[in-house]
Write a protein that binds this ligand. Structure first.
Ligand SMILES: O=C(O)CCC(=O)C(=O)O
Ligand SMILES: [Fe+2]
Length: 283
């Protein structure tokens, strides 16, 4: 089982991927004062998950990433904070809405294929995601960096949610996956590509069968790079743990159960220290 897979022939129109990338690029090129209207820091002090800006700075020696982000909750739809959804460029909101509808279908197809691989009921994984499940979109913008030898676009991490649908820059590479101690490049594909990545929520749900691979983004001194990630998580009010259908006498649970909400908070603590939350949940 490969931990990340590039899908082609997935039924997402190139024009839609192009619109989302273009809208995103237009947003990041706005003057700073304009982007700050969507800031993830409220009143100059309080950090919130959603909005425009960098990660929360938790400690003085925390390594910062060379990137600019816009992070938006897409689902549950009634929890969208539209005040943080850019109005420039004009098409931004509609494009994101349309894009995430398509992306959701891809996610469900992938979850069914994964259930089949695990010899579970076809809808077993899809059914884990209720209408209160979280979906976030994250727009990543990596400006050219004068010292790519020193600074990363995103530090090594595993995605925390269950599945990520990542729309990659078609011209500029930078994403790398870690396997057996070596970093492997994901090449730029010259046309738009969606990369499906497994996150640690899925690692836990499948009792460690699917792994949430460690990846990072390197910078370069010449070209800007963009990506748009859509993260699929569970309902924050439920528990996360290996799903019952994965467990047998020979295969007991490898991870402790925890409330999803608390798991996400624990993840942020670990991420800021460059650690993986899943390692703290092993039984
Ligand atoms: O920019 C990329 O290609 C990857 C971004 C990423 O890993 C993330 O947003 O979690
Ligand atoms: Fe990631």
């Amino acid at each position: 089982i490969t931990p990340c897979d590039q899908v082609s022939n997935h039924g997402m129109e190139t024009s839609l991927m192009d619109s989302v990338m273009t809208a995103s690029r237009d947003f990041f090129r706005l003057p700073l004062e304009e982007k700050r209207k969507y800031s993830n820091i409220i009143g100059g002090k309080h950090f919130q998950m959603e909005g425009y800006g960098t990660d929360q700075v938790k400690t003085q020696d925390q390594r910062l990433d060379w990137s600019d982000r816009l992070h938006l909750k897409v689902e549950p739809e009634d929890e969208r904070n539209l005040a943080l959804w850019p109005i420039h460029p004009k098409s931004f909101r509609d494009d994101l809405h349309e894009y995430t509808l398509r992306s959701k279908r891809i996610k469900d197809d992938i979850l069914r294929a994964m259930a089949k691989l695990l010899e579970l009921d076809e809808d077993c994984l899809v059914n884990q995601f209720s209408d209160r499940a979280l979906t976030y979109a994250r727009f990543n913008y990596y400006p050219p960096c004068p010292r790519p030898d020193l600074v990363l676009g995103i530090k090594p991490h595993s995605d925390v949610y269950a599945l990520t649908v990542l729309l990659m820059d078609k011209d500029v590479a930078g994403l790398q996956f870690l396997r057996d101690g070596t970093w492997y490049n994901v090449p730029a594909a010259s046309n738009y590509t969606l990369l499906i990545n497994v996150g640690v929520t899925m690692e836990i749900m499948t009792n460690g069968i699917f792994k949430g691979p460690v990846h990072r983004v390197v910078t370069n001194s010449e070209k800007e790079r963009m990506s748009v990630a859509v993260f699929y998580g569970l309902d924050p009010e439920r528990e996360i743990g290996p799903i019952a259908q994965m467990l047998t006498e020979d295969q007991p649970a490898r991870y402790r159960k925890m409330k999803v909400k608390d798991f996400l908070v624990a993840h942020l603590e670990h991420f800021s220290r460059g650690e993986r939350v899943v390692d703290s949940l092993r039984i």
